[in-house]
Ligand binder design. Structure first.
Ligand code: DON
Length: 550
């Protein structure tokens, strides 16, 4: 059920939301509200994140999910920060040449659009692992809002209806998807109620026993669909899946502690490496959105992304990842020495480039009144993943294995990459760019954030960090300021259209090529200033994004 309109407006529009109470910021108001209600009942930040994530799986099917995976960064007020990797894993039959045809040519459709691209979903096991470690309310309580939203349905916003309608041609290829997200093949409209009965029943089974997803009725539905339609996941693959706890990557930027996602994400490496480079410049004097600060940040990103392409992959399969060196201040100094203030560098395309990844993922940020912070980004990879609802189970499958490299040696000018660290292997997790982040200062949380956007994610997070640390913006301004992105190759700066024309002209004069986009990312931000948490939801690309206050 929706909260009353006046309250919804307050929750959505009172930005930045201030106060000493906990906050949840996500891409859907109903999901943020599910998390905030958990905080009101005495739940922890992890409890709220779990409830919000399950609710997003119902009300934000483009990226909220049961059938995908992601990363969770937790910084308890009183303890060690921890990182949970619940990224999808490749099945036991995966191999480096699995995206090639018999004649050795690359099969893009198989890599991105077939059931072979589905990784073992990590979300359910991940949310369970997070709850076991830091949850306080009952597991069943945390699934309750999602179950209700699926069983009773919810009223579609303009934005949700438009997003579903855009996908109808794709959904038509998968009858269970069409049945779930249309009215007998016709587009649902704003104001229509979306009821998802199969999904409600799956969630009810998970509320009783989460293992159902990996070894019960839900697992059987997944395996049956795989067998019938050329998928690779087996019952043994599902049973073997384990989320992994580890330590976040840790850096410092102008005295602020930066905690971010380690491999198999590249998010933390790109972010911290770029921040280390930028620490050597006075960005504050240069000013936000100035040609100097955009130039320097782009040059820093160019170099961090080049290192990403060369070195990063699942650490379980790349024992020699040189992370300590890449994240050292010395490496940053040597990169800085190659940056000129008066001229753009060029990216040497004789190193490598990347496979394309597609736009949809979602981030949520939580802070509870105790100061425990959770930053969670999860994804199906493409918008609505493979667009395929598992028949009878009501949830969409990911196409995450598309994040693996195309095939050994397959590096070419069209953007394929064939480097070893991120080739498919049994049980391996594909390299990600997702970058949940938490900043702390003087022992207290300063910023909780993250974003969707594929390889633009570390850049969006970098923009937010610079806006907060260097330019001292409040949460709202830090979210709304124009963003930019550089990823080494293609050799250009992607800029949002509202980056001032004079800045754009000055960047071109330095030798940069610019690519203008309307919107980059969807960063959900909690910023704590003078002990007061401010939430700011990013509505530039997804107008439903909302802050809910405890
Ligand atoms: O893990 C990754 O980096 C990608 N699969 C995420 C895709 C994504 O963010 C698209 N979002 N807008």
């Amino acid at each position: 059920m929706r909260v009353p309109l006046c309250l919804a407006l307050f929750l959505t529009l009172a930005a930045p939301a201030q106060g000493l109470r906990g906050l949840v910021v996500s891409q859907e108001q109903l999901a943020s509200e599910a998390g905030a209600q958990v905080l009101r009942e005495g739940g922890t930040a992890v409890d709220a994140a779990v409830a919000t994530a399950f609710a997003l799986a119902v009300v934000h099917p483009a990226a909220g999910n049961l059938g995908g995976g992601g990363f969770l960064l937790s910084r308890p007020a009183s303890g060690q920060a921890a990182f949970l990797d619940f990224r999808e894993a490749a099945p036991a039959t995966a191999h480096p040449r699995m995206w090639l045809r018999e004649d050795g040519t690359y099969d893009e459709a198989r890599h991105h659009e077939s059931l072979a691209a589905v990784g073992v979903p990590g979300t359910v096991a991940g949310l369970r692992a997070a709850w076991r470690r830091e949850g306080r309310l009952s597991w069943a309580r945390l699934l309750r809002p999602a179950i209700r939203l699926a069983r009773e349905g919810f009223v579609l916003t303009e934005n949700q209806a438009a997003s579903l309608e855009k996908q109808l041609p794709e959904f038509r290829k998968h009858p269970p998807t069409l049945a779930q997200f249309s009215r007998r093949g016709e587009a649902l409209r704003a104001g229509d109620r979306l009821v998802q009965g199969d999904l409600a029943r799956t969630l009810e089974r998970l509320a009783k026993d989460w293992r159902d997803f990996y070894r019960g009725a839900t697992a059987r539905l997944v395996v049956r669909d795989m067998r019938a339609n050329g998928g690779l996941l087996t019952a043994a693959d599902l049973r073997a899946y384990r989320p992994q706890w580890g330590k976040p990557l840790r850096g410092t930027y102008r005295g602020v502690e930066v905690l971010a996602a380690p491999p198999p994400s590249s998010g933390g490496q790109v972010l911290i490496e770029a921040l280390n480079v930028l620490e050597g410049y006075d960005l504050k004097a240069a000013g936000p959105a100035s040609a100097t600060s955009v130039h320097l940040a782009s040059e820093a990103l160019r170099r961090a992304f080049a290192d990403r392409a060369q070195f990063l992959g699942d650490p379980a399969f790349n024992g020699d990842l040189p992370l300590a060196r890449l994240l050292s201040k010395g490496h940053a100094a040597s990169l800085r020495a190659t940056i000129r203030l008066d001229r753009a560098s060029t990216s040497a395309p004789d190193r490598f480039t990347w496979p394309a990844d597609r736009p949809d993922t979602t981030h949520l940020s939580v802070l509870d009144r105790m100061g425990n912070a959770v930053s969670l980004t999860y994804t199906l990879e493409d918008s609505y993943g493979l667009k395929r609802v598992v028949p009878g189970a009501g949830f969409l499958l990911n196409n995450e294995l598309g994040d693996f490299n195309a095939g050994p040696g397959l590096t070419d000018a069209t953007g394929l990459i064939g480097t070893t660290p991120n080739l498919a292997q049994p049980g391996k997790r594909p390299l990600s760019s997702m970058c949940p982040v938490i900043l702390a200062q003087g022992g207290n949380v300063l910023l909780v954030s993250g974003s969707p956007g594929g390889r633009t994610i570390p850049s969006t997070v970098l923009n937010t960090v610079l806006n907060v640390v260097d330019f001292r913006m409040d949460a709202r301004s830090a979210v709304d300021a124009p963003r930019f992105h550089h990823q080494w190759l293609p050799d250009r700066i992607q800029v949002e259209a509202d980056l001032p024309a004079a800045t754009q002209a000055a960047l071109k004069a330095l030798g940069h090529t610019l690519k203008e986009v309307k919107k980059q990312g969807c960063a959900q931000v909690i910023l704590v200033r003078d002990g007061h948490p401010e939430g700011a939801a990013d509505t530039r690309r997804w107008p439903d994004s909302a802050v809910a206050v405890e």
